[in-house]
Design a protein around this ligand. Structure first.
Ligand SMILES: CC(=O)SCCNC(=O)CCNC(=O)[C@H](O)C(C)(C)COP(=O)(O)OP(=O)(O)OC[C@H]1O[C@@H](n2cnc3c(N)ncnc32)[C@H](O)[C@@H]1OP(=O)(O)O
Ligand SMILES: CC(C)C(=O)C(=O)O
Length: 525
């Protein structure tokens, strides 16, 4: 016979002057989470997830619904024999064969729990179960008693509790506790309730069910209206001592309350909830990544706590604030949840402070003047690209540093066309001082070759190309192409660098960079 903690330390309502209440985290990633379409996990994957859940401090792992399939049964059994710290729980309907299978599967665990459920709402009673209220109470009591004969730790869930009439819900809950249930879970099965309704319902149960203090009150919220986490926290504020949740919030339909969000809500707003958990929050990101990899369900970038953008700042005003004092825009630290650091993402909304900071990290200290020039080019490039990578910054800064020769010739505009069976055509306009010069060139092996000819024709500087390299300076399909070239002019070698999201433009810029060097090298008359 196994036991989990049965103290009721978590049942008292939150109060500013009391010790923080310990809230039990009941993870159902492997049961309700696996009910997400397409999220099925094999035995090895479930074991890996269970081990991670245990190592991060989850109190109860709902490992599966053993009657569902032989595979589910074997997985729960294997988890039960592997997990030693967390309680291992198996789900069962109020039916003998379900409860027997659940016990067979979880009995090998050091701490086992059987979770029996039966819907109580009028809709479920009438249309799904086709049972009267008396039959529901009878079946619930019989289910809890059968489970209790196997295991001290029995959880009972009146499914669809949040749409159940108050009087009837109180009646079922009281009967289930009398029959031996040690945890009463009050699910918002269809994600219909609002936070204030949840608060009132939990308060009502605490006030009206006479034996409520003999069981831990638990919350299990679905996210159909996007309120699962808010509802779970409202339940905690009303005295719930256990939260049922899943990693990344996966689960039936729109999913369940996300474990990482409820844990961090309690940690970050301890001042408000006065609650704590046993979860090692630095494992939240690794857990999120493992579950995402295992189920194939990607985490949205803006997902709270574990999404890629959760600690990423792109706006200049925010980045400036962050560089001055991180608490201006961060209420948690990325390290606290398992990210290595805050990400100041450079993009079209960034400002000089963040650009200078990144350049410095990349090894370049820019003068105020250089920074202004790079910043202008950065904004032009950022308008073309979705994201700026370090390579983009290096390319821009290098161009500024190596391009600090006086610019005689600069690019105004170009139009290029080429195609199968058609020679390349380049129309190029360059400026020199206040004047502009245009040429149309229809020669060369391709558009890049034609661009070379056009630059030579306008500037009147003949060069022989000795080396020409294009490399992707950045990642992504909108990456910068950097052209590095070496040209020979009258027996001397000159280098040119140009970068743009368009390779022809990079080539023209690199050519002009080399030609401006050649001109700068000429003896002044
Ligand atoms: C809110 C929740 O998330 S509950 C958990 C939901 N998860 C799952 O259903 C996943 C696993 N389920 C399964 O593999 C299958 O549904 C099984 C093996 C459990 C049952 O399969 P079947 O025997 O073919 O039944 P089926 O799924 O078609 O219908 C469910 C039956 O259980 C009954 N039932 C539903 N809930 C309960 C309950 N808590 N206690 C007793 N009976 C119940 C239904 O009334 C229905 O009975 P009926 O066939 O007499 O009308
Ligand atoms: C089995 C119960 C707890 C459930 O998953 C629900 O009601 O959503």
């Amino acid at each position: 016979m196994s036991q989990t903690t049965t103290t009721t330390e978590s049942d008292a309502p939150a109060s500013g002057n009391q010790e923080p209440r310990m809230i039990r985290i009941f993870d159902t990633t492997l049961r309700d989470g696996e009910q997400s379409p397409g999220a099925s996990m094999n035995l090895a994957e479930k074991l890996e997830v269970a081990q991670l859940l245990e190592s991060m401090g989850v109190d109860i792992i709902e490992a599966g619904f053993p009657i569902a399939s032989p595979g589910d049964f074997e997985a729960v059994k294997a988890i039960a024999s592997t997990i030693h710290q967390s309680t291992v729980c198996g789900l069962a309907r109020c039916s003998d064969k379900d409860i027997d299978a659940a016990w067979e599967a979880v009995k090998g665990a050091r701490n086992s729990r059987i979770h029996v459920f039966l819907a109580t709402s009028a809709i479920h009673r009438e249309f799904k179960l086709r049972m009267s209220t008396d039959e529901i109470v009878e079946r619930a009591v019989a289910g809890v008693k059968r489970a209790k004969a196997y295991c001290d730790d029995v959880e009972f869930s009146p499914e669809d509790a949040c749409r159940t009439e108050h009087d009837f819900l109180c009646r079922v809950v009281e009967a289930a506790i009398d029959a031996g249930a040690t945890t009463i879970n009050v699910p918002d099965t269809v994600g219909y309730a609002t936070p204030s309704e949840i608060f009132d319902r939990f308060t009502m149960l605490r006030n009206r069910v006479p034996n409520m203090d003999k069981a831990v009150l638990s919350t299990h919220c679905h996210d159909d209206l996007g309120m699962a986490v808010a509802n779970s926290m409202a339940a905690v504020a009303a005295g719930a001592g256990q939260i049922e949740c899943t990693i990344n919030g996966i689960g039936e339909r729109a999913g369940n309350a996300a474990l990482e969000e409820v844990v961090m809500a309690m940690k970050t707003r301890k001042d408000f909830f006065n609650c704590t958990t046993r979860i090692d929050s630095t494992r939240l990101v690794p857990a999120s990544r493992l579950v995402s990899k295992t189920t194939g369900i990607q985490v949205q970038r803006n997902k709270a706590i574990v999404g890629r953008n959760a600690f990423a700042h792109e706006s200049g005003i925010h980045q400036d604030g962050m560089l001055k004092e991180r608490s201006t825009y961060e209420i948690m630290s990325p390290e606290e949840v398992g990210f290595s650091k805050t990400d100041l993402v450079l993009g079209k909304h960034s400002g000089r402070a963040a650009l200078a900071d990144r350049a410095k990290t990349l090894g370049y200290t820019l003068t105020a003047e250089q920074l202004n020039i790079v910043f202008e080019q950065f904004k032009v490039l950022a308008d073309k690209k979705k994201e700026m990578y370090d390579g983009d910054i290096v390319a821009l800064v290098q161009q500024q540093i190596s391009g600090s020769v006086e610019e005689q010739w600069s690019l105004v505009d170009y139009v290029v066309s080429s195609g199968k069976g058609r020679g390349p055509q380049v129309e190029l306009t360059l400026s020199n001082g206040d004047e502009q010069f245009s040429e149309k060139v229809e020669q060369g092996d391709g558009p890049i070759d034609a661009a070379f000819w056009a630059v030579e024709k306008i500037t009147g500087v003949d060069v022989v190309c000795k080396d020409f390299r294009v490399r992707s300076a950045t990642l992504g399909s909108d990456a910068i192409g950097e052209v590095n070239l070496e040209v020979d002019h009258k027996g001397r070698t000159y280098r040119g660098v140009g970068s743009s999201t368009d390779t022809v433009e990079s080539t023209i810029l690199a050519m002009l960079n080399a030609i401006n060097r050649i001109i700068a090298d000429r003896p002044k008359s």
